[in-house]
Write a protein that binds this ligand. Sequence first.
Ligand SMILES: *Cc1c(COP(=O)(O)O)cnc(C)c1O
Length: 389
Amino acid sequence: MRQRRSKVPDVPLLMTPGPTQVRENVRITRALEMTNPDLDLKFFKFYRKTCFKLAAFMNTESQVLILSGEGMVALDSTCASLAEPGDRVLIIDNGIFGEGFADMVKVYGAEPVVFKGERTRGISVENLREFLENDSDFKFATIVHCDTPSGVLNDIREICPLLKSYGILTVVDAVSSMVGEPIFTDDWKIDVCIGASQKGFSAPPGLAFLSISPDAWEMMEGRKTPIPSYYCNLLLWKNYFEDFWFPYTPPISDIYGFKVALNNVLKEGGALKRHRRIAKAVRKAVIRAGLSLYLKSDYCSTVTTINVPTGLDGEALIQKMKDKHGILIGGNFGYLKRKAVRIGHMGENARLEYVSETLKALQETLEDEGVVLRADMESVFLEEMVKKK
Ligand SMILES: *Cc1c(COP(=O)(O)O)cnc(C)c1O
């Protein structure tokens, strides 16, 4: 049994693809004394500075906002603020989150048109190009950078400029890829790029953030109908600093903590490389052991989705990992429910010791269930990790 890292007895080692492990300096910062964030100019400046820092991290000169709520609030606010009744919206779908955008834009009266890709690999840029040659009359398009249930990584670097060349605005859900995969918001012509606190940044859930390009602001301001939401109306935020007014009371303690989490990533510098190495070594270990990956290609470096061996149940596997080894890995939902499990090696989870411990526990759990594995996953993983890169 591993040594307890947590003083709280029932907290398992978090190895899920969000929420992720939270470092102590983030947890402690959240407990600091606070001011009234609606009235204290110092906090306005702190908030804005944090947004600027985040914008620099996302490689954008666009305005970045930090919203109260988990990732969904940024997705919903974007759909509420951009979509209007009758608008055609292109939904690029090769996973559960990708598909989900269709329901969100429908709520606001828009007509989703789904471009479906294969689920086991990234969206084919060529197929999308052909599709757009026949039909490109869309107000905006939505795409998920890493669709977390499968872990598929979409080539937004090619896809977003292609969409923009047709005058289609681009909305990217980068919630689970950020920190583990590069994002060049401006160079890649992303109009709205969305992230959240509890994935790669390794802060607790509770904050979402997004960048909004000048074109996206213009689209919101040029609407024929008012934005049909109060809480999710992004326009209310546009001049918050000049007006010295937040649309709602910012969750100050969450934002203090998030700033420290962001600094942790910036100070480290090499987060991308760390994620890439770990992800590659995990895939190698899984394959060598004779297990299979759900994806055929286009793996995101933040999560590995493993097919559950025939005859076993994914939910039961996760439960055993938790009960017997004190490690929580990710289950799945939708079409992958019970069929695939996920190791979330994102943010603070993506450390050699946590991942090797997880693979060891998974090995034991599977062998207990009578699965014959061809290699020791922990050993393969460690061998890969010490190889000179
Ligand atoms: C986690 C996640 C979200 C946000 O989900 P919440 O439940 O709101 O935290 C959105 N998109 C993707 C791809 C995600 O992985």
